[in-house]
Design a protein around this ligand. Structure first.
Ligand code: SF4
Length: 882
């Protein structure tokens, strides 16, 4: 088998991958050394992709109302239902909710069908949750949705400012590129602006733990400081910027309160201002901490204001840089996959733009106004305005704010189609029609990453069962609706060529997105297409944008906006005293439909948790590892408490990934209110108000087994969280009453009656230790107590199926002469924290590179290096004190 060059399906870095299938279901993954996004690097998620491509649990045939059906049945059914709704209630009675996971070609035809043929703009995407505020900010400032810089700028900068971006965990390869650049040029400075102490602080010379939602005040303060200290580049601003004076005037109105609003001390703020204004080559990277806010668009423009006022844009090593969350969020923006965009960055409200697109598509109609944005789209499902909904490649029943209400809204919609690779996502379970989609590794098309680089995703596995690529499913439905001529393509290359030709029309109108130079690619050339940064025209290819100071506004000038700090939508109160921040963790992706299939990725953090400050924990009498109930205005979740000063007093952090498939009540977005930015429609996913209290249970237990653990075998569990391990499965549970431990353990772990049980049960103390032994060794264990169970999970899991005597395993810890590896730090080589600390002490290791040489940790993907550094510092502390 030869290796195939393709692109990672996770984050917006867009790393190139070499994938080599062995023909027996296995796939070897490595970084593509020639790809300009990563030059061979991969993070833990990308490295583990080979573990996620199996057909276990895949949806392989269409289903109609839960029953197997053929494509010949479901395509007319979908077409009939959509046509009937349109005929009876008009085009705005139907909607598509799509995804940054789609390839550009999928996205293009879905958008064409909805806007150009159905005649509604009710197509929105999960990118609304991710970067709509950046789109709005770019359009307001530049006239188009343009990311000006390139990844090389991040390495060339003398100052990298990260705002609301835990790059080390969320975009690890970019983090590694910056870390490598800083190692080469130690004079390079990094500032991390984030309310939390994250792994990204490891690289930072300065951390600004600003109050949630106060970014506009901070950057207004910076702009005012630069105006005061004559750092404004008036020569650039006079020629290329409008709105300078009003923006500065507004900035001054916030400036004397900057420290108070941001909660930062004046010295730290001044140090940041001096660093920023005193460094010419500044890149400001921003991500979800900026975008996911009711003032997200203003935050973006506050950052852009500072770059525009000082001419720090479009030149080597300088500029604002929005990092996208998803692999093809940018591609979705290019085709107009948001409800307020047309296609190729054209404007839906502009009659000339609409006419040009309609003519190009030879379409019978064209939507004349923006459609429903994500939050409103699901509200319209709930109140009956949407009669037919098609969800593609995303899981809104988990990822949308007010997730419980969204789940009910989808349930209430008279007809719902879901295209996915799995039949049992939280959203797929609500579908009337389930369409089996081709998965990463089976699909062919293109994606665009955060620096405008278009890359091919190439198939290296056959499409299994009756699965189809999404573009094909969309075209099949369009044909059944009567538009076969406009939706007949012989493959993704044909769609790409049409998209590129349409971009030429946009280019002639004066838009930035122009890839007309790729309009005539043959199928073979498309197959071979090397990564290329847009624009691609007969005049230029790639490069930085705005280096000439020409913007895509009517007067060719960029626009600075007068902005003022606005408080977060919800205020804390006695009832909801804490602010809830949500985000990603290192080794999981979105709603875990892929990453939870990998035992390696499930080791790092195996349970949903809440970071809570010691002061808040004490106030609520919460102890380490307690379960906590987090109540928001719209819903409640239960997760494990992690008491840490990484999060500020008054705030809690909960990861976004857990679903009903992997936890009983870990869907954090159920507790997030759907407040949105008035300009971008992006929800505030980092600023809801909540209360946190200890979750009371009569008992707590941890179990691990070889066979799949099924929590639904046990009725009335108060809490559970499930994960894979390298030996099988693990689960944390809690409940009420007095269970029969032997029976519960046997049922939960799926142990047959042949297996011998060994148990130590103390009813008075409320403790239980149960093990099952078969010929292969210990096949399952359960530990229970009245408090959260304190056993070494790593030791217990590692001992399963080994010939470890069960009585030793039931000790829950290794013998005194054995090392408990501790929680996993390096997923690639399965190295635990205790193993690392022990090696540092026993072998006198002097650096994380020496840890790598000794244990392998941190030498593959490098995603754990920030944690290694923290551990190393911890290991050195007592030695330094001696
Ligand atoms: Fe994939 Fe990691 Fe690269 Fe993101 S940084 S594209 S998740 S390998």
């Amino acid at each position: 088998m030869t290796s195939v060059a393709t692109t990672c399906p996770y984050c917006g870095v867009g790393c190139g991958i070499r994938a080599k299938a062995d023909g027996k279901g296995g796939v070897a993954i490595s970084g593509d050394k020639t790809h300009p996004a990563n030059f061979g690097r991969l993070c833990s998620k990308g490295s583990a992709l080979g573990e996620t491509v199996g057909l276990d649990g895949r949806l392989l045939t269409p289903r109609l109302h839960g029953k197997r059906a053929s494509w010949d049945t479901v395509i007319p059914e979908i077409a009939d239902k959509f046509c009937a709704a349109i005929e009876a209630h008009g085009p705005d009675s139907v909607a598509f909710y799509v995804s940054g996971q789609l390839l550009t070609e999928d996205y293009y035809v879905a958008n064409k069908l909805m806007k150009g043929y159905i005649g509604s703009a009710n197509i929105d995407t999960n990118s609304r949750l991710c970067m709509a505020s950046s789109v709005a900010g770019h359009k307001r400032a530049f006239g188009t949705d343009t990311v000006p810089g390139t990844y090389e700028d991040l390495e060339e900068a003398d100052l990298v400012v990260l705002v609301g971006s835990n790059l080390a965990w969320c975009h690890p390869v970019l983090y590694q590129r910056i870390a490598a650049a800083k190692a080469e040029r130690p004079e390079m400075r990094v500032v991390n602006i984030d309310p939390r102490v994250t792994a990204t602080c490891d690289l930072a010379d300065l951390h600004l733990p600003l109050a949630p939602g106060s970014d506009v005040a901070l950057f207004n303060g910076l702009l005012a400081y630069m105006a005061e200290t004559a750092e404004i580049d008036t020569s650039f601003a006079d020629r290329h910027v409008s709105g300078l004076s009003v923006a500065i005037e507004a900035a001054f109105a916030d400036a004397h309160d900057t420290a108070e609003i941001t909660g930062l001390d004046t010295d730290t703020v001044t140090r940041f201002f001096q660093l920023w204004s005193g460094t010419r080559k500044v890149v400001t990277i921003y991500s979800q901490g900026v975008n996911q806010s009711t003032s997200g668009s203003d935050k973006v423009n506050a950052i852009l204001n500072c770059h525009l006022a000082t001419g720090r844009i479009g030149q080597v090593g300088m500029g604002p840089f929005s990092i996208t969350g998803q692999p093809n969020a940018m591609g979705g923006r290019e085709v107009g996959g948001l409800a307020n965009m047309l296609t190729c960055h054209l404007d839906i409200e502009d009659e000339r733009h609409r006419a040009a697109v309609k003519e190009f598509w030879h379409s019978p109609t064209i939507s004349t106004r923006p459609g429903l944005q994500a939050v409103d789209l699901f509200r319209a499902c709930a109140d009956g305005r949407i009669k037919a909904l098609w969800v593609m490649s995303t899981n809104p029943a988990v990822s949308m704010p007010e997730a419980d209400a969204v789940r009910e809204a989808i349930r209430a919609c008279p007809f719902t189609v879901v295209s996915d690779i799995l039949p049992d996502t939280d959203t797929a379970l609500l579908a009337d029609v389930l369409l089996p989609a081709a998965a990463w590794g089976e699909k062919s098309g293109t994606v665009t990453n955060s620096d405008r680089t278009i890359s091919r995703q190439r198939p290296f596995l056959p499409v299994p069962g009756e699965a189809r690529p999404d573009w094909q499913a969309v075209c099949d439905v369009a044909a059944a609706m009567g538009w076969s001529e406009a939706f007949t393509y012989d493959g993704p290359a044909a769609i790409f060529r049409e998209h590129a030709r349409l971009s030429a029309v946009a280019g002639e109108i004066g838009k930035d997105f122009d890839i007309s130079g790729l309009s005539d690619l043959s199928d073979a050339a498309y197959d071979q297409l090397a990564p290329v940064r847009w624009p691609v025209t007969d005049k230029r290819t790639g490069g930085r944008m705005f280096g000439d100071g020409v913007f895509f506004t009517p007067d060719a000038k960029a626009r600075m906006l007068p902005l003022r700090h606005r408080a977060l939508a919800a205020e804390t109160s006695e009832r909801y005293p804490l602010r809830l921040n949500t985000g990603r963790i290192r080794d999981h992706w979105h709603t875990m439909t892929r990453t939870a299939r990998s035992q390696r990725l499930s080791q790092h953090i195996a349970e949903p948790y809440c970071e809570i400050h010691p002061i808040d924990a004490e106030r609520q009498e919460i102890s380490p590892a307690d379960l906590v109930a987090i109540k928001g205005v719209t819903g409640q979740i239960v997760v494990r408490a992690l008491i840490t000063d990484r999060t500020a007093p008054g705030t809690v952090f909960v990861p976004m990934h857990w679903t009903a498939r992997w936890s009983s009540n870990g869907r954090v977005d159920a507790a997030v209110a759907a407040e949105t930015d008035p300009v971008s429609g992006q929800p505030e996913l980092k600023g809801s108000v909540v209360s946190v209290s200890r979750f009371e249970a009569d008992w707590f237990a941890f179990a691990a087994g070889i066979e799949q653990i099924k929590p639904d075998r046990i009725s009335r569990l108060g809490y559970w969280a499930l994960a894979r391990t390298d030996r099988g499965w693990r689960i944390e549970i809690a409940g009420h009453g007095q269970p029969d431990w032997l029976e519960l353990a046997r049922k939960l772990l799926g142990i047959d009656t042949e297996a011998r049980a060994v148990s130590l049960i103390d009813a008075e103390q409320g403790t239980a230790r149960v093990g099952f032994v078969s010929e292969q060794g210990v096949s399952g264990v359960l530990f229970a107590a009245r408090k959260p169970v304190r056993v070494s999970r790593a030791f217990v899991i590692a001992s399963l199926a080994d010939q470890v005597p069960v009585h030793k395993l039931l000790a829950g810890r290794p013998a005194a002469d054995q090392l408990d590896p501790g929680p996993t730090v390096c997923s690639c080589f399965d190295v635990g924290a205790n193993t690392i600390l022990n090696a540092v002490h026993q072998h006198g290791l002097q650096s994380i590179d020496e840890i790598g040489e000794e244990l392998g940790a941190g030498t593959n993907c490098g995603s754990c290096r920030p944690e290694l550094r923290q551990l190393f510092a911890r290991a050195c502390r007592p030695m330094a004190a001696e």
